[in-house]
Design a protein around this ligand. Structure first.
Ligand SMILES: Nc1ncnc2c1ncn2[C@@H]1O[C@H](COP(=O)(O)OP(=O)(O)O)[C@@H](O)[C@H]1O
Ligand SMILES: [Mg+2]
Length: 259
């Protein structure tokens, strides 16, 4: 499967009549890690959730605009929500494995999305491959039947990454995946991301400016002025955005002067 490009075009979002995003356009190129940065409440998570059709699960939520996966709108009438979910996986801030379920069963838990029955051998292979890709195999290969909840926080997060990967997504969305983890576990996840981006397009929300610089090649700075919906102030090459931002607000943010 070739690497996928994801593109948001004029994406706006509301909760009830509260508009939280205004016409956000961003191309997240194939095979690149894109970082979304910006202060709390400016709509980064909402944008991410629109990218894999999770936003629409909130009863009062609505949106406008389009999201193209290799040029095809995931919101096109007739396209199923599960199609988007299969191709575009998500990892959350707080690791959320099924705690009582075994490590093995956690990895294959997402397969029901694909609606296919899979033989035991194929499952065994998929579990091994997914855990290897998530950088967890060596640590758990001798206890695949132990509960997922018994792993450390960093291991649980890699288990969640493995669970996402088992569905073979083309894009992986990560919403502050390391904010609940210690620095060592954080670095392990970052190394995993840098490995994964060879086959999966990655979008990460992060509050950690060092992390954005370590892992991403492209960066978008989101901001919501007082009482206004959020939008992108500036985006582009990560190194350039941190060393020579164009907008003074970007400069203040990346240098820790607010947010
Ligand atoms: N489920 C929800 N219901 C109502 N408002 C929400 C909900 N989720 C987020 N919001 C509001 O949407 C805005 C953007 O939030 P969010 O996307 O979570 O921002 P960020 O991830 O940048 O911190 C905020 O004003 C927040 O209060
Ligand atoms: Mg958020």
């Amino acid at each position: 499967m070739p690497l996928a490009t994801l593109e948001g075009n004029n994406v706006s979002a509301w909760f009830g009549d509260h508009k939280v995003l205004d016409r956000v356009s961003l191309t997240m190129p194939a095979g690149v890690i894109t970082a979304l940065i910006g202060p709390s409440g400016c709509g980064k998570s909402t944008f991410l959730r629109i990218l894999n059709r999770m936003h629409e699960l909130v009863p009062s939520a609505s949106m406008a605009g389009e999201v193209l996966l290799d040029g095809v709108d995931i919101y096109e009438p007739g396209r199923k929500l599960t199609d988007a979910r299969k191709q575009i996986g998500m990892v959350f801030q707080k690791p959320n494995p099924f705690p009582a379920m075994s490590i093995y069963d956690n990895v294959v838990a997402g397969l029901q999305l694909t609606g296919k029955t899979v033989s035991r051998d194929v499952k065994d292979d998929l579990v091994e491959t997914s855990l290897k890709r998530a950088g967890l195999w060596k640590e758990v290969k001798d206890r695949l039947r132990a509960p997922g909840g018994g792993l450390s926080g960093g291991q649980q997060q890699r288990l969640c990454i493995a669970r996402s990967l088992a569905v073979m997504p083309r894009v992986l969305l990560m919403d502050e995946p390391c904010s609940a983890l210690d620095p060592t576990s954080t670095r392990v996840i970052e190394e995993t991301m840098l490995e994964l981006v060879k086959d999966v397009t990655i979008v990460i929300v992060t509050h950690n400016m060092q992390q954005a610089q370590r892992v991403s090649q492209q960066c978008a700075f989101f901001l919501a002025s007082q009482g206004q919906p959020g939008g992108i102030v500036e985006y582009g090459n990560t190194e350039a955005m941190f060393s020579q931002p164009i907008d003074p607000r970007t400069n203040d943010y990346v240098n820790g002067r607010f947010g």
